[in-house]
Design a binder for this molecule. Sequence first.
Ligand code: ATP
Ligand code: MG
Length: 831
Amino acid sequence: VRFGPRHYGFRTYLLQIGRTRGLGQIERAKARVACISFGPKNRSIGAAAKSQVISNAKNTVQGFKRFHGRAFSDPFVEAEKCNLAYDIVQLPTGLTGIKVKYMEEERNFTMEQVTAMLLSKLKETAESVLKKPVVDCVVSVPCFYTDAERRSVMDATQIAGLNCLRLMNETTAVALAYGIYKQDLPALEEKPRNVVFIDMGHSSYQVSVCAFNRGKLKVLATAFDTTLGGRKFDEVLVNHFCEEFGKKYKLDIKSKIRALLRLSQECEKLKKLMSANASDLPLSIECFMNDVDVSGTMNRGKFLEMCDGLLARVEPPLRSVLEQAKLKKEDIYAVEIVGGATRIPAVKEKISRFFGKELSTTLNADEAVTRGCALQCAILSPAFKVREFSITDVVPYPISLRWNSPAEEGLSDCEVFTKNHSAPFSKVLTFYRKEPFTLEAYYSSPQDLPYPDPAIAQFLVQKVTPQSDGSSSKVKVKVRVNVHGIFSVSSASLVEVLKFEENEEPMETDQNAKEEEKMQVDQEEPHAEEQQQQTPAENKAESEEMETSQAGSKDKKMDQPPQAKKAKVKTSTVDLPIENQLLWQIDREMLNLYIENEGKMIMQDKLEKERNDAKNAVEEYVYEMRDKLSGEYEKFVSEDVSMCLPTRCLLGAALNVLSILSYVKNLGQPIKMRFQESEERPKLFEELGKQIQQYMKVISSFKNKEDQYDHLDAADMLKVEKSTNEAMEWMNNRLNLQSKQSLTVDPVVKAKEIEAKMKELMSICSPIISKPKPKVEPPKEEQKNAEQNGPVDGQGDSPGPQAAEQGGAPLTNAMCCSWENRPLHQQQVDN
Ligand code: ATP
Ligand code: MG
């Protein structure tokens, strides 16, 4: 799932499990639109909601990606508020929510709930395509998302009943989609291939530089402009036309949200046209506002001038990634661009000029992120066998811990993850403490953070007690940035000194005294015990983390003081509980409530859909019947029924549509049946007639003692004659009765009965008459001829049903004509 901001929002890729070797086939389920429209009876999600952006503007939400994990008081939210057609509100938690009218009631929803609605829909779509339950997924998020935003998206996946195997940075997903298929990457020991990936989408601009070796991708650095995207370019046009039309037609466009939305849509179209066309292009909207038609023109040159400020923002992130990765432009092997807004020629030109090279567009601009997610999902899923490919991402912002240090009488802090530190990654920190203590995690360079609050979380390490001699205990705390890019203090343990070795002064006592109430980064290592509660798929993710961590720990250990190794004590460790206070975390109870509510809304939508489907079915049925009743069915309608058939007014009546359907079907069904029967009947009688005729012919040949049948048994042939006569009698009788029957009543004989009769006749006669003629040794000459001319065992001439079909005795025209009103007479056949 790619998580996008607006109508380019969500796309799902499905992995068709077990189809082909290796990865299997990647299939696109459906491009979904990140839009939800709330109605009086249901929600519309995706494309159906998009069509209501203008007609149901206040209750149609889009562009909510940017509000995840953000307080209502966030300056960014403040700034966005005025551009929205729908209302956002402050939720009791302080977070931003949406306010809409749903089921005739005002309702507030959290951003997690809104995104979950979309994810549920995607889940349902995926399930209906794959015809099996879908639970595991990989969801992409911008590489600049902070922990609060990431956790918020994770919660949304849970509300939707999904198990998110990884929240993947969009730029990393693109890099994976680029690298996994490349056969010609440098070997592991060779200099890596550095590729820059640039994604300018609707709302933001992200750049990353990655180093590739065979089977391996390592993100070196990322940079971004979180508010530069296609949307900003649309805004330039919107502002321009608001001003122009304001003057020209005296319209205050910004006062009418619907007009503004229409103008935005038109401006986006115009922007796209300008990417392909440099000439003057028109923008006209009929009945735009107050019944006024408006029109104007624009061209690429003028547009570029107006976008000067935006275009100046293209270069800084490019320069930034190179600086961070300590690479020169010459070190870059390729610059790959994705994202819709990179189609703007001026944007491409800026990037190309900066790097001094042609840009590569080998990836699908709209789908590369989603493909990357699908590939990552395949790597993590135990159901796929995928070529080994290791992915190392980066920590986008430096993370520090702060704690109260009794020894230093005040706050101490330490940067535990530097910017661009490999991720996922775990570290173990050692503290010396006598009592429980709190660790406060925060982003240590708030000036670079596109988020107003540098706090991440507080972790209270509980049940810490002094050692038996009253000195400080050694407490090991594991901190990590997990596979989703989320920081946590994942475990803590107290190291209890049980017994010192005989006559030996414990080295660590001195050490402890020195380190009293201090902290040290003891080592970096993976913690395998966490894998216990994980699914196999997660295990795979963890093991990736382990590899990364181990690689890191080797480097780091060289810098470590060797003192930890000297300890000659027996110790045991006791796990310590940790209490988390994560910024903006939804508690479990609320989450369960949201899960339950989502379930209810899904049911409601389903019910409404069933009701609508039924309504459509009634409508369709009645309209079809009405046309036919005066057309091909006319002859089959009895008068009483024609009076009863409902018209459009009945459909409008507030009756239960399902009962209407069964009502009209009860009326219409017999008519339809009579019509269908009257179509089938003549064909079947004709077939039966032919069959009877074939048998009659054999009987007469047998009676004439023709060579061909002289091997048949007389008693058997009597049976054939009897059955054939009986069948003919039955057919003549039914044809007679039916010819007298009105078409407005049920037929005397049904198609099924004719079929049954034919089967019965054939089952008796065919085995008898197709009995093979015993072989007679022909003289040599004759045999030769026979071989050349066809079968010799007599079967080829058998007049059984097959032979008849393949061109047995041809029927004369007279025999072929309608059987409906013309009983078959014995003489006819005998003749
Ligand atoms: P984001 O990455 O910011 O979260 P997104 O991934 O949903 O957003 P994309 O689908 O990559 O965004 O790009 C959508 C943007 O690209 C829209 O603003 C759209 O108008 C713009 N766009 C698409 N095609 C063109 C084009 N031919 N010329 C100019 N802009 C285009
Ligand atoms: Mg995007």
